[in-house]
Each structure stands twice: as C-alpha cells, then as structure tokens.
Design a protein around this ligand. Structure first.
Ligand SMILES: C[S@@+](CC[C@H](N)C(=O)[O-])C[C@H]1O[C@@H](n2cnc3c(N)ncnc32)[C@H](O)[C@@H]1O
Length: 234
C-alpha cells in the first residue's frame, strides 16, 4: 500500500473508501475521489428539503449518498457516463437507481418534470489546466471526470440546458464550480431559464451556484441577463 501511495495513487483508492459528509464512501480504482469541498453542494441541497433528487455526473455517488442518509424516504436517482463510476456508485446508493449514460439520457422517463433538485459536480477544469493538477488527479482519476473543455464549462452548459425538462415548477439546479468560474457558471444557468445565487464557503474552499427554475415567460432571451443574482458566503 505504501509503495502504491508513493507512486501517487490517491489514498482513498488504496484504502477503498473516502470520508464524505461523515460517511464512508466506497471508492474504486479509477473513480473520482469525492472532495470535502463538495459537502457544500450537499448542505445547499438539504436546505431545500427535496423529496426527489437527481445526482447527475455522480461518480462514486457521494453527493447522493449523503442526501439519502440525511432525508428519510428520499427518491434519489444518479447517473454517470463512466461504467467504473456507475459500478462504484451502485455500492453507495440504491443500485437500481444508478444509471449509465450521457447526462440525463439514461434517467427514467417518469422523472420528467417531477424532480425537486438536480445536483451536479460535473467536470469543470479547463483542458489546459489539467497538466498542472497533482499526480493523484492527473494520473489516477479519469480524464472524463476532470476535463471541462477549453473554458472548463462545457459539461456545465449541457447540464444547465437539459435541467428544466426534468425539474418541477420551482425546482432547483445546484452546480459546484470554482470561485473564478462562478460568474460564468451563473450566467450559463440563467441563460437556461433560472434565477441564480452564488454560495461560497471559505472553510471548505467551495463554491456552488444555486438556480431556481423560472416560469417559462420569465426565461431570459439574451445572454446578458443578471436578473435575480445574489452572492452569499458563509
Ligand atoms: C468531478 S467528477 C464528480 C463525481 C461526483 N459527483 C463527486 O462529486 O464525487 C465528474 C463526474 O462526471 C462524470 N461525467 C463526465 N461527463 C459526463 C457526461 N457527459 N454524462 C454523465 N457523467 C459525466 C465523470 O465520469 C465523473 O464521474
């Protein structure tokens, strides 16, 4: 184990678990290691008291697992494009509710228009910055878990555009991002038909954009709207 750690394999992949939100989350080799900062995404989702949640780009399923542990009877579905991640997530959350495929494509049809909260920690590292990440991430986490395209926002754009179809009226989309990308993530979510606020935690070094879906007649038609944006920190 020490020899593997010396070569840069993340400790969590060697031990087979990561601590996240007070839980032991099973982490298999080649699967993204859940980060403590992502606990802010859990806190913000919990504050909305959802009954139905989709954890999109779920990786190990850590976010969904933390929500399911905290909310009795939660109807949780999760999806990821990576077969290793899906296999791992099926060890952390109800296996029949973990779906393999591109973003929303593998979700059950009956969820359309019924989801209270979509949570997404999608890849958001700009392609050119992956080379300067630590070996643990660069060499031992899948590229598809990190690479957010040229500006880091490619997957977030697709998550935002697809979200209104799945959310109920007044439903929420929560996306983790970096402090430097938060304004752009926020704009992307607004352009998809949401009012947004940015939440950040210095303690966790974390930033989440929270969007609430607007009634269709309020959907911005230009790319420049800042309507409804608030910035919070805590
Ligand atoms: C940064 S990791 C986060 C994993 C997990 N949400 C967490 O916080 O630990 C991003 C995840 O997005 C998945 N992913 C990337 N592109 C995807 C797509 N088009 N559809 C579904 N999942 C995708 C990757 O396989 C990876 O598991």
């Amino acid at each position: 184990m020490v020899a593997r750690r010396v070569t840069g394999v993340p400790l969590e992949q060697i031990l087979g678990w990561a601590e996240f939100y007070g839980l032991r989350i099973v982490v298999e080799p080649g699967v993204f290691v859940p980060r403590r900062r992502t606990e802010l995404l859990v806190d913000e989702a919990l504050a909305l008291h959802p009954e139905t949640v989709v954890d999109i780009c779920c990786g190990s399923g850590a976010v969904g697992a933390a929500l399911a542990r905290s909310i009795d009877g939660l109807n949780l579905h999760a999806a990821d494009i990576d077969a290793d991640a899906v296999r791992c997530a099926r060890r952390n959350i109800e296996p029949s509710h973990v779906h393999l495929g591109d973003l929303y494509e593998p979700l059950p049809e009956e969820l359309r228009g019924r989801v209270d909260v979509i949570v997404a920690n999608a890849p958001y590292v700009p392609t050119d910055e992956i080379g300067s990440m630590p070996s643990e991430a660069r060499d031992h986490e899948p590229r598809s878990a990190l690479d957010g395209g040229a500006d880091g926002l490619h997957v977030q754009r697709r998550v935002a555009v697809g979200a209104p179809l799945w959310l109920r009226d007044g439903g929420h989309l929560l996306i983790e991002t970096s402090v430097g990308q938060a304004d752009r993530t926020s704009r992307i979510i607004e352009q998809a038909g949401f009012a947004t606020r940015i939440v950040s935690s210095d303690e966790l070094d974390a930033t989440v954009v929270v969007g609430v879906v607007l009634p269709t007649e309020n959907t911005p038609t230009t790319g420049n709207s800042d309507s409804g944006k608030r910035v919070e920190s805590g």
